[in-house]
Design a protein around this ligand. Sequence first.
Ligand code: OGA
Ligand code: MN
Length: 217
Amino acid sequence: MNSDIALQYTDKILDSIADQLVERGYAILEQQIDAQLLTLLRQRALSFSEEHWRDAGIGREQRFQLDKKVRSDKIHWLNTSNSVETAYLTLMANLKQGLNRRLFMGLYDFESHFSIYQQGQFYNKHIDALKGRSNRVLSTVLYLNECWQEDDAGQLLLYNQEGNKIIETVAPKLGTMIIFLSEKFPHQVLAANCRRYSIAGWYRVNASQSGLIDPAE
Ligand code: OGA
Ligand code: MN
């Protein structure tokens, strides 16, 4: 892969993300990721054939449930056997380090998957971590849709902690990223009118730090 691709955020961007997280619990970035990397990630998402995409579950892997009424997207977990996926994981490791240095968040590891929402598919209102039940602390979503138009829908709605007020509507445009505290923000994906690609990811704290006896139970 081209070695010119930037796999680090600048200090200025890291400062801005940290400030936004402290002030309001979430950060929205536009066009802060290397354009070549975005293109490669988009191409990677588009390259998966039908059988590469898996039905998305709900809850922890051990309690894997499928409920098409809650979410109907399909997913593909990132791993280091592919150079493009590795590049994204490297960038996200840089973000982890940048936030740990600034906010002492104790972010420990990161897991993420590509998602595809076909026309009409959605993800109902949910939170990524139930208080005290999960070691997911920070959620990230990067969007990979070139030429997104209002009519394409599929926006992400971010709610206040009580879940009764929409505080942000995020268009899933190529290069837009949202980062938010996993326990604090209910969110939902409106039905998309055409294929919608994203990469959702979660930083977790070390299980022994989150006060759980056996988080894998
Ligand atoms: C998720 C999620 C949001 C999106 O996968 O948990 O909320 O906009 N995704 O793709
Ligand atoms: Mn979510």
